[in-house]
Design a protein around this ligand. Sequence first.
Ligand code: T4K
Length: 380
Amino acid sequence: MNLEKLSSPILVTRAVLPSYQSYIDKIKQIWDTHWLTNQGALHQEFQNQLKNFFDFEHVTLCVNGHLALDLAIKALRLQGEVITTPFTFVSTTHALTMNNLRPVFCDIKPTDYTIDEDKVEALITPETSAILAVHVYGFPCAAEKLERIARKHNLKLIFDAAHVFGVEYNGRSIANYGDVSMFSFHATKVFNSIEGGALVYGNPELEKTLDLFKNFGIANAEQITEIGLNAKMNEFQAAMGLCNLEGFEKEIINRSHLADIYYDRLKQIPGIVLPKPSDKITKANFAYFPILVDESSYGITRDVLFEKLANYNIYARKYFYPLTCDCECYNGLYAGAELETARYTAQRILTLPIYGTLDPEIVIMICDIIQTNCILGRKM
Ligand code: T4K
């Protein structure tokens, strides 16, 4: 392929939109009823459809994924320490910290970058109240093993499932694991409701508490029983979610073709390490396409490759660098944590553009740029 700078930028993702007309049709009822938010009819319809989608009775919708996570932490009344991963979007760590919990960072696995389940137990102390694990990039954690650890030590288990909408593990929805899973429906996700999020859980008693917390703790007009916040999903979001749900399977199929091209073309390049997700995944969602750049055999660093791609108008992202525990706002508080694999990975990871409408020719071009810049590739 002739490698020339693209005339318009290719970004790491591109928000999925339904047809303009289908959204207009869906929001018409908002004009008919003047009902914009606070558990309206579209909210109800979206919630019901998601219950079917997850095959779960308990789904709580929220204005965004971050506040959904915040609500889950509040509703489970966590205290003290929570064992978690630093290889995630800052939301995960901020949610703990803003609830006055102490994150205890556990290292990750080099295969799929999820929390290393074999290192969790050593971090448990009398102060530990929960494990907050992340199914990063769409790759599920070792969910059964984490459940066993949580049960044995009487800990709550929360999954930050922001990246795994639609993923099945062992033949059923990934939402089946842990006390509660948080899914993000942000514009950048495989499935979006503009902004939005949902909590999926099995315990019916959680539902009432979550509904209270997400609406200021208002039990009725004269009784405020919790110190809650406002995390309600509005009707425009629910309408977008309903429309996008219809196109979701197609989005995943399109992404899977692009992922196949990436895998086929990148697997032979020295120093480009591809993830090895769990073989218990029975349905993947191709939410992100991470590569790890091992400069010792590739020849240039992740940062240099990032710039090389940018020279062609292609903008990969360094998700997730820096580790959340190393973010400036945490003032070096966690500098001593033993996070060898997480630190190694954060320095070398690069997520390549992937979204359903991405032209496969662009994916081939990205692979060619990566191949061309490999020192060993150049000698051949
Ligand atoms: N836990 C995890 C593990 C998460 O990854 C996230 C969010 C959360 C919790 C919290 O869930 P939410 O509260 O967000 O529901 C983005 C997203 O804002 C964030 O949702 C996401 N994770 C994170 C990994 O990525 P940025 O700052 O990188 O986004 P931004 O604005 O640079 O957008 C990235 C690309 O997406 C753009 O280059 C183009 C495309 N884009 C973006 C927007 C906003 C569109 O095509 N349309 C759009 O409207 O954080």
